[in-house]
Design a binder for this molecule. Structure first.
Ligand code: 8YV
Length: 333
């Protein structure tokens, strides 16, 4: 008869790379989700109530109700850099550790932000739909004439790691003038590495030719871009959101696009996704992608492995690598 302690029990809330599931199975008793079903809160609670830890994604809301129903739970390792699916105050109160996956997705996500900016400003998606629909019959001087990226003014709202990645691509690769607004100003060395100038939010909206949103979602950033902000932007401007749905008021954006208040938008995230505001689906000058900014194969694998690392370190060494909550006594980083 074995006298060793039972393995900690872990829930993996969504489908994930088989090698990551196998790795976790060497340390833990694992309940995976091989069908990648999106569980309701009740279904999540049912599976989580006897678990010591969870491998979560941005689609799993961990709040006071979940925590109260799952008293054994000690850690939720999110496979995402954003953690607005965590009620951090409730997790702190319950002594449950939360972790995220920063750094490993920075460059991939910045690449995507730039790709979406270029597709939007140069009207790539719109023109492709036109071609596929068999409507291309002749050349014309202004066919899908968009706006330039090189030499234009790139505005960035939210200058964290990903924002800085986009700024560097713009400044060094495309000769753009970079302006940004953030809750706190960067230090001089970081500003110089990005060739970025700090401006007020109002100046950012008024001056940017292309505005990229890369700020975290919170009560404070809810509808940071609404009708009033869109009204300040140039009629030739493009807006790109790779941050979170809810930062932009999607209904106000659809109206602004339809009225030509701004030229175009590129959106990877939506309020209430995977539902998309119906008005956005019918305006032509918007490029829509299904929340894939971090989705390169190597990066998604690195994110999953970092979430797994946090679980392995926590239960094996009472450590976590990338916490986003307070750490209970006895747990270090
Ligand atoms: C994730 C993201 O794919 O990391 C984030 O914050 O938005 C994406 O990279 C998504 O949240 C799934 O967890």
């Amino acid at each position: 008869m074995s006298t060793s302690n039972p393995k900690p029990r872990i829930l993996i809330s969504r489908g994930v790379f088989p090698e990551v599931v196998q790795r976790l199975e060497t340390y833990f008793e694992v309940e995976p989700n091989p069908t990648d079903t999106v569980w309701t809160k009740a279904e999540l609670i049912d599976r989580l109530r006897d678990k010591d830890g969870a491998f979560t994604t941005g689609t799993d809301r961990i709040d006071a109700e979940v925590l109260a129903a799952c008293p054994k739970l000690k850690i939720c390792a999110n496979m995402a850099v954003g953690f607005n699916n965590f009620d951090v105050a409730a997790m702190d109160a319950a002594g449950v550790v939360g972790t995220n996956t920063p750094d490993v997705l920075t460059e991939t996500t910045a690449d995507f932000g730039f790709a979406l900016l270029m597709a939007t400003a140069r009207r790539i998606a719109e023109s492709e739909h036109y071609l596929r629909a068999g409507r291309w019959e002749r050349w014309s001087f202004d066919m899908f004439a968009g706006s330039d990226i090189h030499g234009a003014t790139l505005g960035i709202l939210g200058m964290g790691r990903i924002g800085q990645g986009i700024a560097k691509r713009g400044a060094h690769g495309f000769g753009m003038k970079v302006i940004y607004h953030n809750r706190s100003r960067l230090d001089a060395a970081s500003e110089s590495a990005c060739k970025a100038t700090y401006v007020s939010k109002q100046e950012l909206l008024q001056i940017a030719d292309h505005l990229v949103l890369v700020l975290p979602y919170s009560a404070e950033s809810h509808h940071a871009i609404g009708a009033a902000e869109l009204a300040l932007m140039k009629p030739t401007a493009t807006l790109v959101n790779i941050a979170r749905g809810g930062i932009v008021d999607d209904a106000a954006l659809a109206a602004a696009l339809r009225q030509g208040q701004i030229a175009a938008a590129g959106l990877d995230v939506f309020e209430g996704e995977p539902k998309v505001h119906p008005d956005l689906l019918t305006v032509p000058n918007v490029v829509l992608t299904p929340h894939i900014a971090s989705s390169s194969v190597p990066t998604r694998l690195a994110m999953a492995q970092l979430a797994a690392d946090n679980l392995v370190e926590f239960f094996g060494k009472h450590k976590v690598l990338t916490p986003v909550t307070a750490l209970p006594s006895g747990v270090s980083r």
